[in-house]
Design a protein around this ligand. Structure first.
Ligand code: FAD
Length: 334
């Protein structure tokens, strides 16, 4: 990276908003990370929103640590169609010429980021925990081997594309006044490049706060035992105002919807409190939640791997521990 002069080039954060409205915590963490990098490089921080009817979210992002907010608004970008979103982002790149393109880790960015990197023929590192910049040398820091080793990657291209995992930085702080005006730009899309067509969108009813940005997650695994027992996980989550998470087997059994899955192939979360119930602590699960601030594990097996990363642990059967645990939680809340 040292051989490329990236000084004063902007850093671009692609802001993925939920349903065109809500700004998830990971987006604010990316803005904080992007701000730090832009300051190191002496360039601006630009946020980019790609979608339809996202003007209100763009106005909101202008209240954070950005130097520019750019909006690509087109009805063709309403639902996520990978080819169209990638084409829009490439057009944004051509106008802004950023040194780095940051996205938050999500199911959308897992599809989009490689497409952008491929289209621009540049490097990509996914799932980074931090970006270090010392004396102009950029290092992308990523946990590997289930978080046992932190690998450092030096980007060899300008720009480079990076996806940041939950908990990568403290979320950017909001200021009362908007710092910048939003610039809406036209985008020239060819609908025929889309290889998929959205026929219908069915909104799943959401229980509690969204998993990705919840302050508390109560997650159940195979050890919970049944769909009926999983209801106790939901009750506990509801009592705590928490989101419900699940390991893959719990989703595969149909006890929780697939969107509740936490882990390598599910959602990456970093809540203040993660309560893991009947979850063994397989690497693929830990990848999605080990950045949580405080981890409580309940498991009948004292040797379960989850206890190696838990701050507090209860060894016991959920059927026996659960009722007393829920009563204790409820009592504390009153
Ligand atoms: P188990 O490993 O079976 O553990 C159940 C635990 O419950 C045990 O520790 C047991 O002691 C405990 N237990 C049993 N009964 C009780 C009881 N009555 N009370 C209390 N404790 C009890 N997994 C994910 O979670 N997320 C992913 O994103 C993911 N992606 C994957 C991707 C790939 C490519 C692969 C190969 C696997 C992936 N997996 C993922 C699966 C992962 O490897 C594990 O199989 C899974 O996480 C185990 O889930 P679990 O802990 O619920 O079940």
């Amino acid at each position: 990276m040292a051989s490329h002069n990236v000084n004063r080039q902007p850093v671009l954060v692609v802001a993925e908003v939920i349903d065109g409205r809500d700004i998830p915590t990971i987006c604010l963490e990316c803005l904080a990370t992007g701000r730090k990098l832009a300051d190191e490089l002496g360039g601006d921080l630009a946020a980019l929103l790609v979608g339809s009817d996202t003007a209100a979210a763009a106005e909101e992002i202008a209240h954070y640590c950005v130097d520019a907010v750019c909006l690509l608004d087109d009805p063709l970008l309403d639902a996520f169609v990978p080819e169209l979103h990638a084409a829009a982002l490439v057009q944004a790149y051509e106008r802004l010429e950023p040194a780095a393109i940051l996205l938050g880790d999500s199911l959308v960015s897992a599809d989009l980021a490689p497409r952008i990197a491929f289209s621009l023929n540049v490097g990509l590192v996914t799932g980074c925990a931090a970006i270090d910049c010392r004396d102009g040398e950029i290092r992308l820091v990523k946990p590997v081997y289930g978080g046992n080793v932190m690998a450092e990657y030096a980007p060899a291209t300008v720009p480079f594309v990076v996806t940041m995992q939950s908990g990568c930085a403290a979320p950017a702080a909001r200021s009362d006044c908007a710092r910048v005006e939003v610039t809406a730009r036209a985008v020239d899309l060819d609908a025929s490049v889309a290889k998929t067509q959205i026929l219908e969108r069915v909104a799943e009813p959401l229980e509690g706060p969204p998993l990705a940005s919840a302050a508390i997650v109560v997650a159940g695994g195979r050890g919970v035992g049944s769909a009926a027992e999983f209801e106790t996980i939901r009750d506990l989550a509801s009592e705590l105002g928490a989101a419900v998470g699940a390991s893959r087997p719990a989703c595969d059994h149909g006890w929780a919807p697939a969107r509740s899955q936490v882990g390598q192939t599910g959602e990456k979360v970093a809540p203040f409190l993660y309560i893991a119930i009947g979850i063994s602590g397989a690497l693929q699960h830990l990848t999605g939640m080990s950045n949580s601030h405080t981890i409580v594990a309940i498991n009948k097996d004292a040797c379960a791997k989850i206890f190696q990363i838990a701050d507090y642990g209860v060894v016991g059967l959920w059927e026996e521990v659960g009722p007393a645990f829920c009563v204790a939680v409820a009592a504390k809340r009153r």
